[in-house]
Design a protein around this ligand. Structure first.
Ligand code: GAF
Length: 388
């Protein structure tokens, strides 16, 4: 973590005076594979990363919440607990906090108001789930202020997802909030998004996770995201199953598929094949079969490009560039909701320098800059932090 307890508590003291009662930190995430499968009750394989959103909070007793966001140029906002969402155009970032303040009380957390400082070290628009991290960090801070620092983490994730739906208008699945809440240090998490069962998957020794930001800041993602979700739900209704999780590929080419439009069929094919790839990837990582892992990542990217239509040309170019530079062992694919953002690569440690050099030599962001490259290590989930 490059942001520390001292940074966030200093921001708190500068803005509000005095000391915070609690400090929390929640990681962003990178998804290794399993894209747009979560809201289809499927499987995902993300890990928490060593980039965080931190929150310092102190209880108030007047029903007001006051915010300062250190990494948004010191933007401030205030609202009464229980108020609705703000208009997105003005201070949309506050909606994640408003959502948690409005929804946590239904889960036994009493909120009488709070002063809250927020800061983080995550690049924005890179698809690393800074919003899920904010929801978790704020939600846990509210719980800790109410004497509940051990508030159930899976429930916290579900409240964050509800906040995203009701206050930010994105009908996301559970992956981002759940991994940011429950991540296991040094491991990825294979999550069954139907039962929420989680299994830790260690990354093989001698390999690194690299995240390369394409510089395409995600644009219409939320509108398009909701469209993809609706298409998947329509396809599930066509097949008369509760979710696309309940289908296999053979059913998509059989007579049952007749009458479903070609676009919805392609969306379904992505989800069904991606579920199988995600389970296969967990096995490949566990057994150290990194050739197979690379193959699965390449297939996942192609499926997101051709069947799910969520990649954009610069991201496609970056994924191919990385796949070629990495070679046979390991691979690369777009990660996250799509329409820009980052490519995730898994590569041998001794290839990090040459792969980084290849990206710097051959890729430019749409504004002509070299891509931002970071190595991520697998961090634990949201927690209360003590002074260092
Ligand atoms: C976004 C959503 F928030 C997740 O729920 C998930 O669907 C992801 O896109 C795509 O896999 O991050």
């Amino acid at each position: 973590m490059t942001i520390r307890y001292g940074d966030i508590s200093a921001l708190f003291t500068r803005h509000f005076g005095g000391l915070a009662d609690v400090v929390t930190a929640a990681p962003g995430r990178v998804n290794l594979i399993g894209e747009h499968t979560d809201y289809n009750d499927g499987f995902v394989l993300p890990m928490g990363i060593d980039r965080h959103t931190m929150v310092a909070a102190r209880r108030r007793n007047d029903g007001q919440v006051h915010l300062i966001a250190g990494d948004l140029g010191g933007a401030t906002a205030s609202f009464p607990v229980g108020s609705g969402p703000a208009a997105m155009a003005t201070d949309g970032w506050t909606n994640y906090v408003r959502g948690m303040a409005a929804l946590m009380p239904a889960h036994g957390v009493s909120i009488s108001g709070a002063d809250i400082a927020i800061a983080g070290d995550m690049p924005r628009g890179a698809g690393l789930s800074s919003s899920a991290a904010l929801e978790n960090a704020v939600g846990l801070a509210f719980a800790a202020l109410d004497g509940q620092p051990d508030f159930d983490r899976a429930l916290l994730a579900r409240v964050g997802q509800q906040a995203e739906h009701a206050f930010a208008g994105c009908h996301c699945g559970i992956m981002d909030q759940l991994v940011s809440a429950c991540a296991h240090p040094g491991h990825a998490l294979l999550i069954d998004c139907r039962s929420l069962a989680r299994q830790s998957v260690a990354l093989p020794a001698g390999f690194e996770v690299m995240i390369v930001h394409s510089g395409v800041v995600r644009g219409l993602v939320d509108g398009e995201y909701n469209v993809r979700r609706a298409q998947c739900e329509m396809a599930a209704r066509h097949f008369a199953v509760p979710a696309l999780r309940d289908l296999d590929l053979a059913q998509l080419v059989g007579p049952w598929a007749a009458g479903l439009d070609a676009v919805s069929l392609r969306r379904a094919r992505h989800v069904v094949s991606e579920n199988a790839r995600t389970l296969a990837m967990a096995k490949a990582l566990t057994s150290g079969d990194m050739v197979q892992a690379g193959r699965l990542m390449a297939e996942s990217h192609a499926s997101m490009r051709d069947d799910f239509a969520i990649t954009v040309p610069p991201v496609d170019a970056l994924a191919v560039l990385l796949q070629e530079a990495i070679g046979e062992e390991g691979g690369a694919r777009m990660t996250g909701g799509g329409f820009g953002g980052a490519v995730v690569a898994i590569l041998p440690t001794d290839r990090v320098a040459s792969v980084s050099a290849a990206v710097h030599a051959a890729y430019r962001t749409p504004s002509g800059q070299p891509a931002t490259i970071m190595l991520a290590s697998a961090s634990g989930g949201v927690s209360c932090i003590a002074p260092d």
